[in-house]
Design a protein around this ligand. Sequence first.
Ligand SMILES: O=C(O)C/C(=C\C=C(/O)C(=O)O)C(=O)O
Length: 280
Amino acid sequence: MRYVSYLDSDQTPCWGVVTDSNDIVSSTQLGLVAPTLKKAIASGELASPNRLNLDSTPTLRLDEVQLQPVIPDFGAMYCTGLNYSDHARESGKEAPSAPRIFVRLQNSLVGHDQSIIAPTVSEHFDYEGELAVVIGRSGRHIPEEEALAHVFGYTCFMDGSVRDWQKITTTLGKNFEHSGALGPAIMPASHVPDVQALTLTTRLNGRVVQQANTRDMIFSVAQLISFVSTMITLQPGDIIATGTPDGVGQSRNPPLWLKIGDDISVTVDGLGTLANRIDA
Ligand SMILES: O=C(O)C/C(=C\C=C(/O)C(=O)O)C(=O)O
């Protein structure tokens, strides 16, 4: 089972659970009153996913709804630059001695199967496949040993990056409207035995362009949580993206830029596949 945020046929924001057969049991059917997935996570009522009553007859299929970025109203999304040494090397940079954190805005993201919008002012639009972490429990100055207890679950992230604007500032290059994607769903942390042993694969029009294992991160998920919480209190529903491995389009010869009509997907084994088309 996984959690999703979606719009129903009336464009009303909803959330619910996706069963293993890709049916959706809505929050109302689950008997939960929280209006958003973020509020449900914060309330603690999803802390024991195995206790949720999934007996209601599902009325919707996953492919019938418009999926949103898994927590569309997140308070903050912290992203990590250069967290795989092969990617730092291909970028011509040293492996960092501390996590390089930047942020993404809500409106820079879309959900699974929604159009990612290519910038009109740049042809240097690049893909980055990543693992993303959804925070479940708030905390400040979280010790590394306790960090994973603050995780609600995990999902996939496509950190679409406008490389020429990124040279002006990271904030600009990483925040074009609808330039990235988050989803399709949140896998509860209890269903992920070892987050540092997951294979991540990015495909462009079906061709594998990035493949790595999360064991090769420079800073582990626990270290990133601890580091960010040194700066600020992490809140339920906050997202931490863990950086991309090597194989990005910018570092290829010739460069491989995203174009309108391309299909881009990010698969993290055990979590699912986030797939999107590039649109105008
Ligand atoms: O941190 C950097 O110097 C590079 C960077 C972003 C890099 C990523 O998104 C990544 O490696 O996943 C930046 O714009 O500053």
